[in-house]
Structures are given as structure tokens and as C-alpha cells.
Design a protein around this ligand. Structure first.
Ligand code: GDP
Length: 184
């Protein structure tokens, strides 16, 4: 990456219940890989990625932090959220509880993070509904409505297939750049 410079550095955090695919989304973004059996004790903590937003003509360096198995250690939250511009709030579309818990995660984000933080709700593991006919427990329309009511961006994605992973980060980045331009 030597010689490549960027216009902005943005900190992203990835929150949500354990096993919804937070580390996998990060690995997919930064490494274009998927691990079917990642070691849960070795969660990925940090990943960095340069993305280009062509219509803005901007190169943005994303610095992404994952909770890496620390979901139950709530005391880390303050330092974890500090300085974050973007947040991926992740649930598993085949596990309703993980969606319902997004309300609690969102409350936590709102309590600790910058009020202008851009948050995108990510329904992960959509490949399971398509490929294996596993029962979807969270209808798209319901998640869409929740996102709208709460002022969140929304996307359904798959860390396994790669569907909408980079797009999720790009969508949030566009929103952050628009806020920066408006002086928010
Ligand atoms: P985290 O605890 O939220 O960081 O979740 P992980 O990234 O460790 O993923 C938990 C499990 O779900 C692992 O077995 C992953 O391989 C699997 N997984 C993650 N994302 C997907 C996905 O998009 N599709 C499928 N089928 N499995 C996934």
C-alpha cells in the first residue's frame, strides 16, 4: 500500500450478538475470504481497508474494530465506541433473537457513541436462506421498517458469499462523507 494516500480515515465498529458473523464480515471485507470454522477464541479484532467512493472522487481508509468475542464484557464499550464514525449493527437473518437484541445494542451505541454516528443494520447469512432452504426468521420488510423507524441504513448480506459486504461499508461511508460535507 506504500504510496497510496487517502482523503479520510474513518473508524468503524461492528456490534451485535455473538456468532452473527461480525468477524466474518470483517475478514470478507479486508481479505476477501470466508472461514467456515473460525476459532471463536481468536476473533479478528481489527482490519483496515481502502475503499474508493467514485462519485465523490475520494479514497477512504476504513479502520474497523470488531468486538472479537467480548460481547459480554460491557465495560469495554466506552473506549471501543470512542471516535467511531460508522457502526455495523449485525444480526443473523435465521436467528430472530439476534435481531431482537439489536434494540439493546442500538441503545448501547446511542448511549456511548457520538450522536452523529452513522449506523447500518446488517442482516447477515442470507446465503443460508437461498442455498440451504433454512428458515428465515426475520422478514426483510420487518428489518427495513425497524431501520427506518430508528434512522438506520439497512442491507442484507452474506459474509460467506460476499454479497453486499463491501456495499454495506460503502453505503455507510457515503452517508458519513455527506455529513462531513454538511459540516455535521
Ligand atoms: P461473530 O462471533 O459475530 O464474530 O461471528 P463469526 O464471524 O465468528 O461467525 C460465527 C459462525 O457463523 C462461523 O461458523 C461462521 O463461519 C458463520 N458465518 C458467519 N457469516 C456467515 C454467513 O454469511 N453465512 C454463513 N452460512 N455462515 C456464516
Amino acid at each position: 500500500m506504500a504510496g497510496i494516500s487517502w482523503h479520510y480515515v474513518l473508524k468503524f465498529i461492528i456490534t451485535g450478538d455473538a456468532a452473527v458473523g461480525k468477524s466474518s464480515l470483517l475478514v470478507r471485507l479486508t481479505d476477501q475470504r470466508f472461514l467456515a470454522n473460525p476459532d471463536p477464541t481468536l476473533g479478528v479484532e481489527f482490519g483496515s481497508k481502502l475503499i474508493t467512493i467514485p462519485e465523490e472522487n475520494k479514497i477512504v481508509k476504513l479502520q474497523c474494530w470488531d468486538t472479537a468475542g467480548t460481547e459480554s464484557f460491557r465495560s469495554i464499550t466506552r473506549s471501543y465506541y470512542r471516535g467511531a464514525a460508522g457502526c455495523l449493527l449485525v444480526y443473523d437473518v435465521t436467528n430472530r433473537t439476534t435481531f431482537e437484541n439489536c434494540r439493546t445494542w442500538l441503545a448501547d451505541v446511542r448511549e456511548h457513541a457520538d450522536p452523529h454516528l452513522t449506523c447500518i443494520l446488517v442482516g447477515n447469512k442470507v446465503d443460508l436462506c437461498a442455498d440451504e432452504g433454512r428458515r428465515r426468521e426475520v422478514p426483510t420488510e420487518e428489518a427495513e421498517l425497524f431501520a427506518k423507524e430508528e434512522g438506520l441504513l439497512f442491507v442484507e448480506a452474506s459474509a460467506k458469499s460476499g454479497q453486499n459486504v463491501q456495499e454495506a461499508f460503502e453505503q455507510a461511508t457515503r452517508d458519513i462523507l455527506a455529513k462531513i460535507q454538511r459540516g455535521v
